[in-house]
Ligand binder design. Structure first.
Ligand SMILES: C[S@@+](CC[C@H](N)C(=O)[O-])C[C@H]1O[C@@H](n2cnc3c(N)ncnc32)[C@H](O)[C@@H]1O
Length: 217
């Protein structure tokens, strides 16, 4: 089980991969950012309430232009080099963002520290996605929103199997797993899914609107 082995190794290989990718990351996604990626990011952030919001896997800060004006944002990433770029982007945009070097699988915040959480294209690369999602469920207050924009394994049986086969190769090169079953992972972490919007064919990119469970539910 390659995935289990990776989870057991912890976040170090992921950090190394993203540190290596950081100088090229924005360039690699320059074209889709001008089209669908940019549109999808806007859609996610439009749904977020004001208040205390955590973004995990902030990367180079591509979501920053969409942050709501009235939210207080904390953003974390495991890769120092990605985070350096996020710091520079926040500066250029004149944003006050609390940026921290931190593993999303072990967030250094007390329970219920935030009103909401967001992540975009992150749970494909976190070594143990269920652990990371459980951490989000812990740090967001009961009934708070968790919004995820993620690519995942295709619903189509043959394409899904091809993605399973290619997954370890793509993960090694780009740091992202292409065949994660993210909806199942969100449920396994104890989050309550409210709505799933398919943004690409065969469920390969989805906007997932979930909430942390309220006590007694
Ligand atoms: C594909 S990039 C997405 C970056 C950004 N969210 C975006 O939409 O452009 C994945 C990011 O997740 C970060 N990441 C991966 N595993 C992580 C972990 N365990 N804790 C925190 N960040 C992590 C990587 O360093 C990288 O910046």
């Amino acid at each position: 089980m390659i995935r289990d082995a990776e989870a057991a190794m912890g976040s170090e290989p992921t950090r190394v991969r993203y540190d290596r990718l950081a100088p090229f990351y924005d360039l690699l996604e320059w074209l889709p950012e001008r089209g669908s990626f940019g549109r999808w990011r806007r859609k996610l952030w439009e749904h977020l309430p004001s208040g205390r919001v955590i973004e995990v896997g902030v990367g180079t800060g591509k979501n920053m232009p969409h942050y709501p004006n009235d939210a207080s944002i904390t953003a974390v990433d495991i890769s120092p080099r990605m985070l350096q770029r996020a710091v520079r982007r926040a500066g250029r945009l004149g944003l006050q963002v609390d940026l921290r070097l931190m593993d999303a699988q072990a967030l250094a915040f007390p329970d219920a520290s935030f009103d909401a959480a967001a992540a975009t294209f992150v749970f494909c690369s976190i070594p143990d996605p269920v652990l990371g999602l459980r951490e989000l469920a812990r740090v967001v207050r009961p009934g708070g929103q968790v919004l995820l924009l993620e690519h995942m394994r295709a619903e189509h049986p043959l394409l899904g199997r091809i993605m399973d086969w290619l997954d370890p190769i793509v993960a090694r090169i780009l740091g992202a797993h292409i065949s994660r079953r993210t909806l199942e992972n969100v449920r396994a972490a104890g989050l309550v899914i409210e709505e799933v919007e398919d943004l690409a064919p065969m469920g390969m990119v989805r906007l997932i609107k979930a909430r942390t469970p309220k006590p007694g539910t």
